[in-house]
Ligand binder design. Structure first.
Ligand code: GLY
Length: 328
């Protein structure tokens, strides 16, 4: 009879183990072994508007609050900013002149919630959180999402566009052409990922999506694994940019899985951008940025085009960092 030991001897595996020691079963194990080195709390968010959002999140993280509460309250700062043209109700509308909002949130237990194509509700991220906390579902869309929000005490906001959005929309209507403009038109989703004092990770993502999109279009931001993903054993990631390209590769899930395989946050984001390039022949006309944080509190980002930056807040302050890019 072949015992396990004989089998290992025959195949040479035993001598290999003797020579090099028992191999690591997974990167997650090595991450846990280094748990003492974790830099925490830390919060990261996409683009310069992330600086103000981080301030909101930091109030919670610095008081030993939960990463989940921090990423919700942090991006609410951006949703409430009436000068922002890509997040919240002041943002640019779709081609029918209607602002529709997408958002998602995920916590350290893998619980998650999202809303898509939500109209006239100021804080889609808070509705996404309620979907997670109060329903057996993950994603509510359109009228159903709005009804759920109103049933839970949210207020119906006016239909009117913000003055700046209205001015831009009237200008766009003159030609009604749709072509994404890199970093300008509307690829400025806010994605936020954080690790709290307890070492738990969470993430959030909220946007008005692509400016002048078809009515009903949903991007990557509310789709768990595309616009944002969290695995508390490994890390968290979020995406910004042209959602269609991110959806094709399940971008944020891919970044987290690459970190699980041992890639650093920046290397994982770079690999994901390279995959996106392969799967999107028209990639030169898009911008995408990935942002990642691992269980050790290490962070990194990588973008398709130049110009992507992210905000990081920790015990040393709150600052913007420029990400490296695939196209120079
Ligand atoms: N990344 C946001 C969107 O494409 O809707």
């Amino acid at each position: 009879m072949t015992t396990r030991r004989n089998f290992l001897k025959k195949t040479g595996i035993l001598s290999a183990i003797t020579l090099v020691g028992i191999p690591k079963i997974s990167n997650a194990i090595s991450i846990e072994n280094n748990f003492a080195a974790v830099k925490k709390p830390v919060v990261l968010s996409t683009w310069a508007h992330g600086l103000a959002a981080n301030e909101g999140a930091w109030k919670i993280l610095s008081a030993n609050g939960k990463a989940l509460d921090a990423v919700e309250k942090g991006v609410m700062v951006t949703e409430a900013d009436i000068t922002n043209l890509s997040v919240g109700l002041s943002a640019l509308p779709d081609r029918d002149g209607i602002v529709t909002l997408d958002a998602s949130i995920m916590d350290e237990q893998g619980r998650c919630g999202g809303v898509a194509c939500l109209e006239r509700i100021k804080h889609p991220i808070a509705v996404a959180r309620l979907v997670m906390d109060k329903t057996p579902h993950v994603l509510l869309v359109g009228e159903g999402a709005q009804k759920f929000a109103l049933d839970n005490g949210f207020k119906l906001e006016p239909k009117t566009l913000s003055p700046e959005a209205e001015k831009n929309y009237k200008e766009w209507l003159k030609k009604s052409e749709y072509k994404p403009k890199i970093n300008i038109e509307n690829h400025d989703t806010i994605g936020m990922i954080a690790i709290d004092a307890n070492g738990d990770l969470s993430g959030s993502c909220t946007t008005s999506g692509l400016a002048y999109k078809m009515h009903g279009r949903v991007g990557d931001s509310p789709i768990i694994g595309a616009g944002m993903y969290v695995d508390n054993e490994v890390g968290a990631a979020c995406a910004t940019g042209l959602g269609e390209t991110v959806l094709r590769i399940c971008g944020s899930f891919l970044v987290v899985e690459l970190m699980r395989q041992g890639y650093s946050p920046e290397a994982a984001c770079k690999k994901a951008v390279e995959r996106l390039v392969k799967k999107n022949p028209d990639y030169k006309n898009a911008q995408v940025g990935f942002l990642a944080l691992n269980k050790k509190g290490e962070h990194g980002a990588y973008a398709l085009q130049k110009g992507f930056n992210y905000a990081i807040a920790d015990n040393s302050g709150n600052k913007l960092i420029d990400a490296a890019s695939y196209l120079k």
